[in-house]
Design a protein around this ligand. Structure first.
Ligand code: DGT
Ligand code: CA
Ligand code: CA
Ligand code: ZN
Length: 572
């Protein structure tokens, strides 16, 4: 069916007409036709040939003629004509939030903007604010939109590529001649988004290893292929570089390419002070190479203990490693249960039983079922009757599944006035109450902070979920004052969530580290809507490790009995 491609052309024609400042009604007619064609259940070619296209409301003569032209010749002359009047690539700017055709025309006519970088520069130079109908606020919004759009195009959320990359690594390890292989870079440091993938392998015959690498199933396109390195584009759209090194320098090389850059710069300084030199091949004393087959030798040679990759951002970890005072980070297997799990009672895709059984398979001791509360209608929030029914079902399942335990929870909406979506009478009956904001994201700092603080004052609220509301690559955090929230959480013994859902990771590493300084305790929850999503826990743990958190900081790293005590602490 050519429906979608034809719809796209009319959509662009609408944009182009509007940009060119022609009759706005015609522009709108194209847009409307585009939407209709996009949604047609039938093949547009059949409709055209049988003459039925004219029976559809909103599709006029001129549109039908152009559809015919496209089906005949594969192009539309009017489209080509408009196109020729507009600089190449300019219309791509329409994908940026806050930029419509009219705004774009002004930018083009007055500032001669034709691409992303020019527009970013113009915003930074404060050139937009004085244009008619602009102003500083609009300029700021456009710049934000631009920067985010750029980031979005280039950085991949770690949870979206993690499994592919793990699979790729397994494949690399199996290549004939490979002795050791590891993924380095931001991926190894568990950064929330990844620019590109850096893989390291040691082995004999590098050229042959490279050749096999470029033929792996996950490789979509070869970008470059050399004697010891190669760059490819993976099917997931991310670039991956492979370097093959001598096994004797594997440790040095892994250390070097794990970064971060700032971490490495500081290490080089330390090396220099000791009269040593360090690069991707190893540590050198004059011309003499100190072999570093393993990474910890690099650190030891410099008088440090080995530093976990997630900490390597030059945020004080090197100083601690010199004193051998690194915290013992929470491990990837230390979580004993998931605290944020949805079921078919609200918008989840699997039953409570199915979620519980998957949790048992993962080796968990407990989960908390936290479906949405009544007023969140789009997510099938539970009215009180259904909540009671759910509690009964959980009681039954618990008898059957013991010693595994399903806790009765709810993800309760914090309403506009800071009150909660169930009364205390109801909340009291639950074991674990999550409070979270799902509306009023645009509230100012004072108001939204107050909403969160008043939720935390409630003795039944156990945890605040996804405390800043940001969505990676798509929504900024709301204006909550992090410091006030942390103080409140600490004072009221309310836990803050590290939400492990791949595009949330909220609190993020930086905020979680701040929160710890205020004495906040955390839970890591996956916000799973099906059992596969329970596996996202590792992304949350990754962020916790980047925030230097230990088991002591994380309530659901505790065994069942201790966890049970800790979630009751506030109610005493
Ligand atoms: P990304 O890919 O943007 O998510 O972030 P990274 O950290 O993976 O950065 P990338 O891929 O540019 O480089 C991988 C590692 O290699 C980086 O973390 C440290 C090391 N590296 C790369 N270029 C340099 C450099 O110019 N100096 C130093 N010291 N290290 C570098
Ligand atoms: Ca990288
Ligand atoms: Ca790289
Ligand atoms: Zn949720």
């Amino acid at each position: 069916m050519k429906n979608k491609e034809i719809a796209k052309i009319f959509d662009e024609m609408g944009d182009m007409l509007e940009f060119l400042g022609e009759n706005p009604f015609r522009a709108r007619a194209y847009k409307r036709a585009s939407q209709i064609i996009y949604g047609l259940p039938e093949d547009i070619e059949n409709l055209y040939k049988s003459g039925k296209l004219s029976e559809i409301k909103g599709i006029g003569e001129s549109i039908i003629q152009k559809v015919g032209e496209y089906l005949d010749k594969g192009k539309i002359s009017a489209y080509e004509e408009y196109r020729s009047k507009i600089p190449e690539g300019l219309l791509e700017l329409l994908s940026v939030p806050y930029i419509g055709p009219v705004t774009l025309r002004t930018l083009y006519k007055t500032l001669h903007i034709t691409n992303f970088d020019e527009l970013i520069k113009a915003c930074e130079d404060k050139m937009l604010r004085n244009l008619p109908n602009f102003g500083p606020k609009k300029e700021e919004n456009i710049l934000k939109g631009l920067l985010r759009f750029k980031e979005q195009t280039f950085r991949h959320p770690i949870g979206l590529i993690y499994e592919d990359i793990s699979k790729l690594l397994e494949d690399v390890k199996k290549i004939e001649g490979v002795i050791r292989a590891e993924v380095a870079g931001s991926f190894r440091r568990m950064k929330e988004t990844i620019g590109d993938i850096d893989i390291l392998a040691s082995g004999e015959n590098p050229a042959r290893i490279i050749k096999s690498f470029t033929k792996l199933p996950l490789v979509k396109e070869i970008l470059s292929e050399g004697e010891t390195k190669s760059s490819v584009l993976l099917t997931s759209g991310i670039q991956a570089d492979l370097r093959v090194v001598d096994d004797i320098s594997f440790g040095a090389c892994l250390q070097y390419f794990t970064g971060s850059k700032n971490h490495n710069v500081k290490l080089r300084g330390i090396a220099k002070d000791k009269g040593l030199k360090i690069n991707e091949y190893g540590v050198f004393e004059g011309d003499k190479l100190i072999p570093c087959p393993d990474e910890d030798i690099v650190y030891r040679t410099l008088g440090l203990v080995w530093i976990p990759p997630e900490m390597r951002e030059d945020n004080g970890e090197i100083e601690l490693a010199q004193k051998n005072e690194l915290p013992e980070l929470i491990g990837y297997k230390d979580i004993k249960g998931d605290v944020h799990v949805h079921s078919t009672y609200s918008d989840g895709g699997e039953t409570i039983r199915a979620m519980a059984e998957s949790a048992i398979k993962k080796g968990y001791e407990y989960i908390v079922i936290t479906d949405h509360s009544q007023s969140l209608k789009i997510a099938k929030g539970l009215e009180i009757e259904r909540l009671y029914k759910q509690m009964e079902e959980i009681d039954k399942l618990n008898k059957e599944l013991a010693p595994f335990k399903i806790f009765k929870g709810s993800e309760v909406d914090i309403k506009h006035d800071g009150s909660l979506d169930y009364s205390d009478e109801i909340l009291k009956k639950l074991d674990f109450v999550i409070a979270s904001i799902h509306s009023g994201f645009k509230d100012d700092e004072k108001k939204i902070t107050k909403r969160v603080l008043s939720a935390m004052e409630n003795p039944y609220v156990t945890m605040i979920a996804h405390p800043t509301g940001r969505i990676i690559n798509s929504r900024d955090p709301y204006n909550v004052n992090i410091i006030e929230m942390c103080k409140g959480a600490s004072k009221t013994n309310t836990y803050l969530e590290i939400n492990a859902y791949f595009d949330r990771l909220d609190l993020n590493d930086i905020n979680a580290r701040i929160a710890k300084e205020y004495g906040v305790k955390f839970c890591i929850g996956t916000d799973s809507h099906n059992s596969i999503q329970l596996n996202m826990m590792i992304y949350g743990i990754g962020q916790a490790r980047r925030a230097w958190l230990t088991c002591d900081d994380i309530v659901n790293s505790r065994h069942l009995k201790d966890f049970e005590k800790l979630i009751r602490i506030k109610r005493k």
